[in-house]
Structure formats: C-alpha cells, structure tokens
Design a protein around this ligand. Structure first.
Ligand code: AMP
Ligand code: MN
Ligand code: MN
Ligand code: MN
Length: 319
C-alpha cells in the first residue's frame, strides 16, 4: 500500500456529508499538497534539450497559465534546473527538480521522468552524461539514412536547432524537415520519418530501466513512467514494464499527460491503483505551435489517485 499522511486525500467518502466537508475545506495556502486538484505541470522541455523556449520563458508561461507546481524535465539533462528554479522562485511558483531519462526496454524506447532529486548528485549526473553519449553518432547515422531517400544535409540542418550538440534529438531533425518543406508539421514528420520502419530511424541503446530508476531514487527523487499510453506494447510487455519498474524502486506513473487520449486517463488511473503507483500530471510541452497541450492546460487528476506531489512535499522548493 502506498503510504499516506494521516490527512491525505482519498480514498474519499462519496456521501453528501463528505462532499460538503470537502467543499468547506478550502486551502488556506495557495498550494495545498493534500489536494488532488492542483494545477501541477510536472513534464515539459526547454531549449536546453528539445524544447524551443528558455527555462525562464517557460516559467513565466507556466505562471501565466496558473500552474501551481512546476517541474522542467529536459531529456537526459539537468543543465536547465538552476535557471528554472531561480525563475520559478522569482515568480512565486513552487518548483520540483526534474528530468526525463531515455531507457531501452523490450526493444522500445521508454521514458522515465525523475522528480524531486538533488540535481548535484554525482551518480545521477554521471548516468545522464552516459545516456547523452552517442546521440551525435546516432544523429549522423540518421542523416545518412535520410540521404538514402534523397534528403541531404539533415545533420547540419538539425544542428541549427540544437542548443547543446550532446542533446541532438529526433525533434531537431523534425524541425529541420518542416523548415525545409519536406513536411507540414512535426507530427507529419513522426508519421513519415524517424520512427521504426521509416527513413531516418536508427535503433539506439539507451539506459537500462533499473539504472534510470536507481539514479533518480539514489538522488532522493521519485521515478515516474512517462506517458505509458505512447508505447506500442502488448499487454504482456506493458505488465512487465510496470512490474519491473516497481521492482527496481519506481513509484509513479503519468496518468494525465499531453501525450494521452481521454481513454488513457482512465486506463492508467486503473493501472496506477492496481500497481499502487503515485499519479503524475504534465503537459510534455515543447513549444508553441508544436505541442497540442500548453503548460497547465490539462484535465485534473482523478480524486481516487494518490498524486506524486503529495509524496514529494518536502522536496518542493517554495519561494
Ligand atoms: P529522441 O530522444 O532523439 O529519440 O527524440 C525523442 C523526441 O522526439 C521526443 O521527446 C519527442 O519530443 C519527439 N517525438 C517522438 N515521437 C514523436 C511523435 N510521434 N510526435 C511528436 N514528437 C515526437
Ligand atoms: Mn522531446
Ligand atoms: Mn517522452
Ligand atoms: Mn517529454
């Protein structure tokens, strides 16, 4: 059973008395960790990885969109954390440290979000650096594969959109293919290119699931399965992912994310309960005009779930 503080929310009463009591219990502070209905956005990307906005600009956008708890989760990198934290503090916005680690599992790339860790932890930093290693070589192979179908110069093209060459990703190739008129938008790119079976796809070996979970938890954070609805797993593989993730010490799963359809909210709420995982919520915003879901513009978590921020209360950096 997931441990909860004595006053934690849910499993909730459903009688009229309980409803009235809940309505009367207005939070005394702008941020109340015992409430599921918090506009928490714990997944997004800055230009430090494959987003288009600076951490400070994202912080201001989160604040303007009434986000109440924010985490910047750049891919395989924590280089933007201090800037995000400083900007959040200046805006009076509570903040959790974050990252999104690329993992290989059952022949697929799975993403594991880490929240509330110490961003200076040496083992975590070494693990992230090792995970970033090889992106450049992979990108050159991707460009070679695109050249095979007549798209030349994609490596140099993608590099134009990259802040840190160590973090060159498919997203940067996608932007280049849109900018040069090969596709209308990045969503079309990820249907026609860069995915398994299509030009520009290069299989890559990322971190192991166990390592990623241990780097995060070893640094005092909580590991969360990112957007589970996005992987094309069979039910057996998905069950294996959840079981092994838990066995390694993973504690959370994204239920409400910009990458999920409405049916996924229900499916993964059920999975969170079945596997006794904490639930997370995040837009996965990469930039205006590119991401469908803006910062903080998501449905609330279901009241029957235990939000991950409840367990991270002591890790929240409050202004
Ligand atoms: P990489 O880490 O280089 O494999 O790139 C993965 C990134 O590509 C993800 O973090 C997303 O930003 C983007 N991406 C992957 N698949 C899609 C998709 N189907 N639609 C839009 N963006 C995608
Ligand atoms: Mn991305
Ligand atoms: Mn992801
Ligand atoms: Mn992401």
């Amino acid at each position: 059973m997931v441990s909860r503080s004595a006053m934690a929310v849910g499993p909730r009463g459903t009688g009229v008395g309980a409803l009235l009591a809940r309505a009367a219990r207005k939070p005394a502070l702008p941020y109340n960790p015992r409430v599921n209905y918090l506009n928490a956005d714990l997944h997004c990307h800055s230009a430090v990885s494959d987003g288009t906005l600076a951490p400070e600009v994202l912080a201001a956008r989160a604040h303007a969109n009434a986000v109440e708890l924010w985490a910047l989760t750049d891919h395989d990198e924590v280089g933007g954390q201090q800037r995000a934290m400083d900007a959040a503090r200046a805006l009076g916005l509570p903040y959790l440290t974050g990252t999104e680690i690329s993992v290989s599992f059952a022949g697929t790339t799975v993403h594991i979000v880490g929240l509330g860790f110490d961003p200076a932890d040496a083992a975590l930093l070494a693990g992230l650096e090792a995970t970033r290693g090889g992106r450049r070589l992979r990108a050159q192979d991707m460009a070679d594969d695109l050249a095979r179908v007549g798209i030349k110069g994609a490596f140099e093209g993608a590099l134009q959109y990259v802040g840190n060459p160590e973090l060159i990703s498919r997203t940067h190739f996608a932007r280049h293919l849109v900018e040069t008129g090969v596709c209308h938008d990045t969503h079309e790119v990820f249907r026609k290119f860069l995915v398994e079976g299509k030009p520009g796809f290069v299989p890559h070996r990322w971190a192991s699931l166990g390592d990623a979970v241990r780097w995060i938890t070893g640094a005092g954070g909580i590991a969360v399965i990112a957007h589970p609805g996005r992987y094309k797993f069979t039910p057996t593989e998905e069950y294996a992912l959840f079981s092994e993730f838990k066995a390694h010490g993973g504690r959370g799963v994204e239920v409400v994310t910009g990458s999920h359809h409405a049916a996924d909210y229900v499916k993964y709420a059920d999975m969170a309960l079945e596997f006794e995982l904490l639930a997370s919520r995040g837009s996965d915003f990469h930039g205006p005009g590119e991401s469908y879901t803006d910062l903080g513009k998501l449905p609330m978590l279901s009241g029957r779930l235990s939000p991950v921020w409840e367990a991270l209360d002591d890790k929240i950096r409050r202004p």
